[in-house]
Ligand binder design. Structure first.
Ligand code: ADP
Length: 411
């Protein structure tokens, strides 16, 4: 790697989309640590359709967003279009300043406990995990293959959503099912959103002026997908998502926790197929299943108008959240902070207020004035007297991927 190579391209490849960010990880002029400057951000969607769309914003070059529409047959066409946009801004993939490409990979199983430089063996192992992540890993693999073909000489790093959770003890990671069956099919709780839980738990410690090893944090990542984690001294000891991202909290379109016998019932009594049940629980449940909307802004607007279905959906969402705060307080024993993050966690003050309401005996409280502040910065929203800090900590998964990638290629 060239001494001047300080840029990292972060790729998040979905089945029909690619999100990307180009960051400069160069050290601060005063010699401080790399904080990452965004040079360009963008998104390609509807890959494989006639109406593929690329939205590109060259932040370094003035910030004018450009949109391109037109068929992009596959990920290769999409990445080539992204490369052309970056090149037009003088940020091309052939630049000697590009140090590495960091790929978000959803499932790393038990083997990948840290970011990993991708070679053929690593790619084969990610492919071996497709049966446990059939919706996610294939798209990630396509993104990796395409990027490697474009720049075969460049280090490419896989950063796994599951890695942060590999520290979970066996008693938290195992389901109480027949061990031989579980092991034969690699059924256990892996957890997801790990890059976000890692970043937010570390930032929360920073906000408290402590080292991550000194604090216990409950992280509530509430986006369209949602998960909670219990982080003790910087290590994850429990998380709410399981074999797949379906378990745990009520989400935008996913049910979260459910009696597994509901699925037998849907099969035997309602006559639904496995695929139909999968779609019901992953895409037509959660907030959208309960009230028809999965956007918390719309749900709050409806509640303000007196809509009972929206109210009930909100109450079910909050009830589950509270149960996890209680459960993880018990798992951790001592809690220093509860951190809210992602779209809902960062923006929906009523969710934060309701999730903590009535938990004063557990040392938790929210100050109404602080909770109402809108800001992109990490901040405390608990009153001074509260024993447990309640914080809003904006997540930044791309920056975390870039930092981990850059650190690895410079190691
Ligand atoms: P994803 O899981 O897709 O990455 P995000 O973390 O971006 O999701 O969160 C998206 C969700 O955040 C939206 O579905 C919406 O419910 C919620 N959200 C975004 N902005 C606001 C806001 N201002 N107020 C309340 N909720 C919001």
């Amino acid at each position: 790697m060239s001494a001047t190579a300080t840029r990292v391209l972060v790729l998040n490849s979905g089945s029909s989309s690619v999100k990307y960010q180009l960051l400069d990880m160069g050290a601060e002029p005063d010699g401080g640590s790399a904080t990452g400057t965004r040079l360009a951000v963008g998104l390609v969607e509807r890959i494989g359709e006639e109406s593929s769309r690329l939205v590109h914003t060259p932040l370094a070059a003035g910030g004018e967003t450009r949109e391109t529409e037109g068929a992009m047959a596959d990920h290769e066409a999409a990445l080539k279009a992204v490369a052309a946009e970056l090149a037009a801004d003088g940020l091309g993939l052939d630049s000697p300043e590009l140090a590495a490409i960091g790929h978000r990979v959803v499932h790393g199983g038990l083997k990948f406990t840290a970011p990993t430089v991708i070679d053929d063996a690593v790619l084969a192992e990610i492919e071996r995990l497709v049966p446990v992540a059939p919706l996610h890993n294939p798209a990630n693999i396509t993104g990796i293959r395409t990027a490697r073909a474009l720049r075969p000489d460049l280090p490419q790093v896989a950063v796994f959503d599951t890695a942060f959770h590999t520290t979970m003890p066996e008693h938290a990671a195992r389901y109480a099912i027949d061990v031989a069956t579980a092991d034969a099919h690699r059924i256990r709780r892996y957890g997801f959103h790990g890059t976000s839980h890692a970043y937010v738990s570390r930032k929360t410690a920073e906000l408290l002026g402590k080292d991550p090893s000194e604090v216990n944090v409950i992280v509530l990542h509430l986006g369209n997908g949602a998960s909670a984690s219990a982080v003790a001294g910087g290590r994850c000891v429990d998380t709410s998502m399981g074999l797949t991202p379906l378990e745990g909290l009520v989400m935008g379109t996913r049910s979260g926790d459910i009696d597994p016998a509901v699925t037998f019932h849907l099969k035997r009594v309602a006559g639904m197929s496995t695929d139909e049940i999968d779609a019901l629980l992953n895409k037509k449940s959660g907030l959208v299943g309960l009230c028809g909307d999965n956007d918390m802004r719309e749900i709050r607007r409806r509640i303000d108008e007196g809509d009972e279905r929206a109210r009930l959906a909100f109450d079910i969402y909050i009830h589950r959240l509270k149960k996890y705060i209680g459960a993880y307080s018990a798992v951790l024993g001592k809690v220093d902070a509860v951190a809210f993050t992602a779209g809902v966690g960062e923006n929906a003050a009523p969710v934060r207020e309701a999730a903590v309401a009535g938990l004063e005996e557990m040392g938790l409280a929210v100050d109404a004035t602080l909770n109402a502040v809108r800001s992109g910065e990490p901040r405390l929203i608990s009153p001074d007297y509260a024993r447990v800090a309640v914080a809003v900590v904006p997540t930044d998964e791309e920056l975390e991927i870039a930092q981990q990638t850059y650190a690895l290629v410079n190691a």
